[in-house]
Design a protein around this ligand. Structure first.
Ligand SMILES: [Fe+2]
Ligand SMILES: [Fe+2]
Length: 250
């Protein structure tokens, strides 16, 4: 079943969309969220996903934008569930791809041949300005979990896209779009965060950066979206986790 698009934010020039999901089991691997910003008719696609989700993402976003108007694609890091479909998006859109400069030469292995379309983001971060003058920031989030990793903060909506941070892995078909019961939700987040983040030290560095932003929603690449009081509850929770080297015997 193709679950439709949700509008996370809307004003007269600017839309932030969650691009739905397919609960039929046809999308291989872990459930993944994709997002689209449309600003004055111009699109930015966020973590478009692997091959298995391509047709659903294309169908869902086509109700809102002509793929030819997607000028930018953001990849938070190098994983296949983030950008495995890149060669298809290269054909469908004229978009430039923004990703950590660490990963550009690796992403050519996804079957894309035009290296001139990549815009490597330096470790210090970057930003992008839309036609309306609104901006998104590429926020450094290195080692959370990838060594070359960025989150995306959309100033107009106050939405922070956090890639794998905030990921929750529910049994198939049971992922709520928005976090409903935070205490229960933690049970589905603990496994991922405990294993994929190398040490709480990087969490603290990330938190000091993120707490300086006026975040109204946290949109992760897997699992459910945090809004309202759950934003603060999530930041408090992740500050306390023990992970990676702190829990694993090497
Ligand atoms: Fe990942
Ligand atoms: Fe992921």
């Amino acid at each position: 079943m193709n679950v439709g698009v949700e509008t996370l934010y809307e004003d007269k020039d600017h839309l932030f969309l969650w691009l739905g999901k397919d609960e039929s089991g046809q999308e291989e691997g872990v459930q993944a969220n994709q997002y689209l910003i449309v600003d004055s008719g111009q699109g930015l696609l966020i973590d478009p996903g692997g091959f298995g989700v391509f047709s659903r993402v294309l169908v869902n976003l086509s109700h809102y934008i002509d793929p030819q108007s997607i000028r930018d694609i953001f990849l938070c890091h190098q994983d296949p569930d983030v950008g495995g479909s890149l060669s298809s998006w290269f054909e469908m859109t004229p978009a430039a791809v923004h990703v950590s400069e660490l990963w550009v030469r690796f992403l050519l292995h996804y079957g894309v041949d035009d290296v001139t379309r990549f815009r490597g983001i330096p470790d210090s971060g970057g930003n992008l300005t839309f036609p309306s003058g609104r901006k998104v920031d590429f926020v450094p989030a290195h080692f959370m979990h990838s060594p070359g990793n960025f989150h995306l903060f959309d100033h107009a909506s106050g939405i922070l896209f956090t890639g794998d941070i905030g990921a929750a892995v529910y049994p198939q078909g049971q992922t709520p779009t928005f976090v409903e019961n935070f205490d229960e939700h933690v049970l589905y987040m603990e496994g991922f965060h405990g294993r994929y983040i190398p040490t709480n030290q990087v969490v603290q560095a990330w938190l000091s950066r993120v707490r300086g932003l006026p975040v109204r929603q946290i949109a992760p690449q897997h699992g459910s979206i945090f809004r309202g009081e759950n934003v603060g509850r999530f930041l408090d929770w992740i500050g306390t986790i023990r992970c990676g080297l702190e829990t694993m015997k090497l």
